[in-house]
Design a protein. Structure first.
Lengths: 224, 219
C-alpha cells in the first residue's frame, strides 16, 4: 500500500487550514444566499406584474444569468468592471456581487413560479373581503408561497456552495487553493499527498452539501 | 474597442470554442448513457446495484465539478491512473452530468402512473408494446425539457476546464489578457463565444418545450 498522503493533513494546522478554506467559500455563499432570498422575493413579486417593460427586462436578466457561466460573470466583474470604472474591488466583493446577481434571478424565478401556482380565486376572494394589495400579499399569498419556497431556497444554498468553488479562479484562497498549497509545501516529504488531500476536499464538499440537500428533499416531500 | 486586436484574437477563440464543444459534447454523450443506465437500474429496483447507483448520484450531485476534475486529474495519477486532460474533462463532465441526467430520466419514468401500463396491457398490448407506445412517449416528453436544461448546465460547467490545463475559452481569455492587457476586448469576445455556443441550445430548449406539451395525454 503506497503512502497516499492522508497523514499530511494531520501535520501542524493543515486540516484546520483546509476547514478555514472551506469556510471562506461557504461564507461567500451564505452572504450571497441571504441577499438572493431578500431581493429575490421582491423580484419574484415584481415579475408577476403585468407591466410589459418590466416583464421584458426581467426576461433578459433571467436569460443572461441562465446562459452565461458564472465564471464568465466573475471575470467580467473582477477583471472587466475594475478596468472600465477604475475602482478597486476585492475578489470577495466581486464574488458576492456575481453570486447575488445569479441568485436573485434564480430566486426571483422560483418566487414567481410559487406565486402563480396560487389559484387566482385566492386573490379575488381576498379582494372581495376588502383587503388592499399589500394586505393580500402579506396575509394570504406569502404564507402559502413561503412553505413552497423553503425547500427550493435550501437547494439554492447547496448550489451556491458548489458554485463558490469557482472563486479560486479569481484568487480567493478557498479550500482547493489551500489544498494546493498544502500539497506544494509537502512535495518532498509526501509526493503522493495530492491523492489524500483532494480526496478529503471531495468528501468535505459532500459532507457539507449532502445533509442540506437531504433536508430540502425531506421538506419538499413533507410539505407537498 | 480595438477592432484590430479583436480580429487577431478570433482564431484563438475559435480553436478554444471547438475544443470546448468537442470535450463538452463527448461529456454530454457520456452523461446521457450513464443517466439512462442509472435510471434503468433504479427504476427496475435491481438490488445492490441500486444502492451503488444511489450513492454515485448523491456524491456527484453534491460536489462541484471543479473538485471532481481536480480529483480525476491531480489525485488519480498518484495511484497510477493517468489520463489526458481532454479525456479527463469529458469523463468529469460525463460523471457529473450522468448523476443529473439519471434524476431527470427517473422522474420522467416515475411521472407516468402505473395504471397506464396496466390499462394498455388490459387492452391486449404486450408489456413491450405498452412500454413502447404508451409509457416511453410520455416519459420522453416529460423529461426532454429537463434534459436540455441539463445540457445547458453542463456546457456552462465546461468553463472550469482551464484548471486542468485545457485551452478552453476561459483559458484563452485569461491568457490574452495577461499578454496584451486588452481586458475589454478579451472579455467581450469571451461573452460572444459563449453566446455562440449556448444560445442555440437555449432557443432549441424553449422550442422543444413548447412542442412537446402536445404530446402529453390526459393531464
Amino acid at each position: 500500500m503506497p503512502n497516499l498522503g492522508i497523514d499530511v493533513l494531520f501535520k501542524g494546522k493543515n486540516f484546520l487550514r483546509l476547514l478555514g478554506g472551506l469556510w471562506a467559500a461557504v461564507r461567500i455563499s451564505l452572504i450571497s444566499v441571504a441577499i438572493s432570498i431578500a431581493l429575490g422575493l421582491v423580484m419574484g413579486m415584481l415579475m408577476t406584474s403585468q407591466n410589459k417593460i418590466l416583464k421584458a427586462v426581467f426576461r433578459v436578466y433571467l436569460e443572461v444569468v441562465r446562459i452565461m457561466p458564472q465564471l464568465v460573470l466573475l471575470f467580467i466583474v473582477y477583471f472587466g468592471t475594475t478596468r472600465v470604472f477604475g475602482w478597486d474591488l476585492s475578489a470577495e466583493y466581486a464574488a458576492i456581487i456575481v453570486f447575488s446577481f445569479w441568485g436573485v434571478a434564480e430566486m426571483g424565478d422560483l418566487v414567481r413560479g410559487a406565486l402563480i401556482s396560487i389559484p387566482k380565486i385566492q386573490y379575488e376572494s381576498a379582494q372581495a373581503l376588502g383587503m388592499t394589495g399589500l394586505q393580500i400579499y402579506l396575509y394570504v399569498i406569502l404564507p402559502q408561497t413561503i412553505r413552497r419556497l423553503i425547500p427550493l431556497s435550501i437547494n439554492l444554498i447547496t448550489r451556491m456552495i458548489k458554485t463558490t468553488s469557482l472563486v479560486m479562479m479569481i484568487g480567493i484562497v478557498e479550500v482547493l487553493k489551500v489544498a494546493q498549497q498544502i500539497i506544494e509545501a509537502n512535495r518532498r516529504t509526501s509526493p503522493n499527498a495530492a491523492f489524500g488531500v483532494f480526496a478529503v476536499v471531495f468528501l468535505l464538499y459532500f459532507i457539507v452539501c449532502w445533509p442540506i440537500s437531504r433536508l430540502a428533499a425531506y421538506l419538499e416531500r413533507r410539505w407537498s | 474597442m480595438d477592432w484590430d486586436a479583436i480580429i487577431s484574437y478570433l482564431p484563438r477563440y475559435k480553436d478554444a470554442l471547438l475544443l470546448t464543444v468537442k470535450i463538452g459534447w463527448l461529456g454530454i454523450l457520456l452523461a446521457f448513457i450513464i443517466g439512462v443506465l442509472c435510471a434503468a437500474v433504479i427504476h427496475q429496483k435491481i438490488p445492490v446495484l441500486r444502492q451503488i447507483t444511489g450513492f454515485y448520484i448523491e456524491l456527484f450531485r453534491n460536489t462541484p465539478l471543479l473538485v471532481q476534475l481536480f480529483f480525476l486529474y491531480f489525485a488519480l495519477p498518484k495511484v497510477g491512473v493517468r489520463v489526458s486532460p481532454q479525456f479527463c474533462g469529458s469523463l468529469g463532465l460525463g460523471l457529473l452530468g450522468g448523476a443529473y441526467m439519471a434524476e431527470t430520466f427517473r422522474s420522467g419514468l416515475e411521472n407516468i402512473a402505473p395504471i397506464q401500463s396496466e390499462s394498455a396491457q388490459s387492452l391486449g398490448m404486450s408489456k413491450m408494446q405498452a412500454f413502447r407506445y404508451v409509457i416511453l412517449p410520455q416519459a420522453v416528453s416529460s423529461s426532454v425539457p429537463g434534459l436540455l436544461a441539463n445540457v445547458i448546465f453542463l456546457l456552462k460547467e465546461t468553463s472550469v476546464f482551464s484548471t486542468i490545463s485545457l485551452m478552453d475559452l476561459m483559458f484563452t481569455a485569461k491568457d490574452l489578457i495577461g499578454m496584451y492587457a486588452k481586458t475589454i476586448e478579451c472579455l467581450t469576445l469571451l461573452v460572444v463565444f459563449y453566446l455562440i455556443m449556448l444560445l442555440p441550445v437555449s432557443i432549441l430548449g424553449s422550442l422543444v418545450e413548447r412542442r412537446l406539451r402536445h404530446a402529453e395525454f390526459g393531464n
